[in-house]
Design a protein around this ligand. Structure first.
Ligand SMILES: [Fe+2]
Ligand SMILES: [Fe+2]
Length: 145
């Protein structure tokens, strides 16, 4: 089976691809396709955040006996990501290219910094501290609807 690092990093890439496709459709003011691609991105990203919040973070916190560490910062950033996605949905609904592109630039920066912290720190730490439970943690994440 995969590592937590591989499994979740691959999912970051899949979300990034949808994000980039939605952004280029919005830049071309192809709103029909921008709406569909943005919806796919938002669904994929929300799923990713909930795999982390409902499976990975609690497992990590239980193992290190602390919920105020790195996962607390990640949870706060997830809320910022959700807020930006909500504003972007409004910009797509309004067919507002400037608003969409401004928000997507902000989200992209936040998302890349967030993902880098996870991929460089939290996921490798998780693979270490959860080593004996790694497969079951990945299976539990795959089972999240
Ligand atoms: Fe995250
Ligand atoms: Fe993540």
């Amino acid at each position: 089976m995969s590592t937590i690092l591989n499994f979740l990093s691959n999912d970051h890439r899949a979300c990034d691809d949808l994000f980039a496709s939605a952004e280029s459709a919005a830049a071309q003011q192809n709103w029909h396709s921008a709406r569909a691609l943005f919806d796919q991105f938002q669904t994929a990203m929300s799923h990713h955040l909930s795999m982390e919040e409902t499976v990975l973070f609690p497992a990590f916190e239980a193992r290190i006996g602390n919920s105020m560490g790195p996962t607390q910062v990640m949870r706060m950033e997830h809320e910022q990501i959700r807020g930006l996605m909500q504003s972007m949905a409004g910009a797509v609904d309004a067919n507002d290219k400037d608003a969409y592109l401004g928000l997507s630039e902000t989200l992209n920066m936040l998302m890349q910094q967030h993902n880098m912290k996870e991929e460089n720190m939290l996921y490798p730490m998780s693979d270490q501290v959860l080593s004996s439970d790694r497969d079951s943690v990945i299976l539990a994440m795959q089972a999240i609807a």
